[in-house]
Design a protein around this ligand. Structure first.
Ligand SMILES: C[S@@+](CC[C@H](N)C(=O)[O-])C[C@H]1O[C@@H](n2cnc3c(N)ncnc32)[C@H](O)[C@@H]1O
Length: 319
């Protein structure tokens, strides 16, 4: 479901966009279970905005299974360390090339610079901040704000958006979220690919943590049936999971180029998923078996796999 307590009728929030991979990437964490108490931060916007320092960033982490996990949520168990930020930076470049930077008509919404009207854009779950930094660069008249569980290299707010967004009401014109969550949809049987089996295992682990692994698959339905939005735009892309396409025509070559980028992204994501899998008590040798099989399959590049990436854009209904 959309973040709890997010009020789409809020007069100052006129754009809502999400991108999500529905067969992989970060499993969902749609839950309010967290180590941060809502009352502690509900009205705390100004104090929670700060410039990054090394010690602030170091305190935001705990180290588990060789990776840095955020200290603020027991549920989001993917790393938010330098290695993960590097993966997200590369993924951002891949998405921009295939999907474009802004889902139409977001660029026009952001470009609108009506004199006397200020425009503010928030990126929920900003990760490395690549997208929101592009907004700041491309639309200098827009105030760009980044929100994440962990402080980023840029001016950012540390917040768990699952706890509610009331303290943001009235603050933003444009809301963006990308890949905070995703689900896995592949029916799993004996013949499933090794990647699909790994994704399934990760989905089970997310459920066990109290998360919701199918959020990505529900985005369009949630936004469309919510009643508060209009101009809903849905787009999707099937990425190859490796450069397995034997074709030599320009389309196949392009698909293979993106497949190679996606393969590298998934290879890196297999490592990111270790704290999640091990932290839910799956024995290490089983985690290793799943991971090794998926890695072999990706590097062989023969299995004709695809991964779905979806993008939903909508704007608040104008009365
Ligand atoms: C897969 S990354 C996506 C990063 C970025 N949006 C992008 O597209 O490159 C997910 C990010 O969402 C953050 N996140 C996950 N759950 C969150 C929550 N409940 N509140 C705030 N941030 C959250 C994580 O810390 C992580 O940086």
């Amino acid at each position: 479901m959309p973040p709890p307590n997010f009020d789409p009728n809020d007069d100052d929030s006129d754009t809502w966009s999400m991108k999500s991979g529905s067969t992989g990437f970060a499993p969902s964490v749609a839950t309010s279970a967290t180590t941060v108490d809502w009352e502690m931060r509900s009205a705390s916007r100004p104090p929670s905005v700060f410039s990054m320092t090394n010690s602030l960033r170091a305190n935001a982490y705990r180290h588990e299974y060789g990776r840095g996990l955020n200290n603020y949520s027991e549920v989001y168990r993917l790393p938010a360390d330098e290695e993960e930020l590097d993966r997200l930076d590369k993924q951002h470049i891949m998405f921009m090339e295939v999907m474009g930077k802004y889902p139409p008509p977001m660029a026009e919404v952001l470009a609108d610079d009506t004199p006397g009207e200020s425009k503010t854009c928030v990126d929920l779950g900003c990760g490395s901040g690549s997208w929101i930094l592009d907004v700041a660069h491309d639309f200098p008249h827009v105030s760009a704000v980044a929100v994440d569980l962990v402080p980023m290299q840029v001016l950012s707010e540390v917040d768990d958006i699952n706890l509610g967004l009331q303290h943001f009401y009235g603050d933003f014109n444009v809301v963006h979220a990308r890949l905070i969550s995703s689900g896995e949809t592949i029916p799993i049987d004996q013949n499933a690919s090794a990647i699909a089996k790994w994704m399934h295992l990760a989905g089970q682990a997310v459920k066990q943590q109290g998360g919701e692994p199918d959020a990505a698959n529900h985005l369009l339905e949630w936004i469309s049936t919510q009643g508060a939005f209009e101009d809903v735009v849905y787009r999707h892309w099937w990425f190859q999971t490796s450069p397995w396409n034997p074709g030599q025509d320009p389309d196949s070559r392009r698909a293979n180029r993106h497949g190679a980028l996606m393969r590298d992204d998934i290879l890196s994501f297999l490592k990111s998923g270790r704290p999640l899998l091990l932290g839910t008590g799956i024995p290490e040798h089983i985690v290793n078996d799943y991971e090794d099989a998926a890695r072999r399959e990706l590097l062989e590049g023969k299995a004709p796999g695809f991964i779905l990436v979806e993008n939903v854009y909508a704007r608040r209904k104008r009365s």
